[in-house]
Design a protein around this ligand. Structure first.
Ligand code: ADP
Ligand code: MG
Length: 220
């Protein structure tokens, strides 16, 4: 598949918030297929960086490309290939996982028998098949995060961004979540932010350490 050439590039990306916090300071990164771990303490700028790549906010300067997409000039092209799980997911619907995923699939233009296949396979992949008829707002923290991944994977994104997805999960759930991501990471670019070293230690092919708006180190 063409996916072997996947590449996300950031050049000189900077962002200062009104009030003066320099959340991103000249970020330069090249990220290929596999799992990239963005490790850093609270306030390092991880969520700002991820929202910027996800086209939810604009940097003050710099350039971002994903394959041949100019992300800042053509955000809608990026959104078509993006799956994003924000740090704050907000309210959880009082709807079953099955119904909600079908609804979201329809919004992405996936209909009919294909919709059934896609939704069922995502429920299996995220270990939510048994809980598919349960209301999402009654899910445990780990189940909610797995549901979040299922909805982020709708439409088969080639870029998946997950922001602190394991925060608050117990070790067993964290491991379960890591295994799902590892499977996804074989075919896509996955960027995972975390402040937990254990999340990146075994899973990630590359790790970037972030502090005070800067990438301090990138290692294998
Ligand atoms: P992380 O996700 O690593 O915790 P953030 O990107 O959330 O880091 O925040 C980086 C810095 O930018 C912090 O100092 C934070 O307080 C500040 N910040 C984040 N969002 C905003 C905002 N909307 N307005 C002003 N400052 C912000
Ligand atoms: Mg954050």
């Amino acid at each position: 598949m063409l996916n072997s050439n996947l590449s996300l590039n950031l050049q000189g990306v900077s962002k200062t918030y009104p009030g003066g916090v320099q959340a991103l300071q000249d970020i330069n990164l090249q990220i290929g297929r596999g799992m990239f771990g963005l490790l850093g303490p609270n306030g390092a700028g991880k969520s700002t960086l991820m929202r910027t790549i996800a086209t939810l906010q604009q940097p003050d300067s710099g350039a971002i490309t994903f394959n041949n997409i100019d992300v800042l000039r053509d955000p809608s092209a990026l959104r078509r290939v993006l799956g994003y799980l924000p740090q704050e997911f907000g309210a959880y619907p009082r709807t079953s996982a099955l119904t909600m995923l079908k609804h979201l699939a329809a919004l992405k233009g996936i209909h009919g028998p294909q919709q059934q296949t896609v939704v069922e396979s995502l429920l299996h992949k995220t270990n939510l098949w048994e809980a598919r008829d349960k209301s999402i707002d009654k899910f445990s923290g780990g189940m909610k995060q797995r549901y979040g991944i299922a909805q982020a994977l709708l439409g088969n994104p080639s870029l998946l961004i997950v922001d602190e997805p394991t925060a608050g999960l117990d070790p067993a759930e964290r491991r379960r979540f890591q295994n799902i991501l590892a499977e996804v990471g074989e075919e896509t670019v996955v960027i995972l932010s975390t402040h937990i070293v254990d999340d990146v230690k075994e899973l990630c092919s590359q790790v970037g350490i972030m502090g005070r708006g800067r990438i301090l180190n990138v290692g294998q």
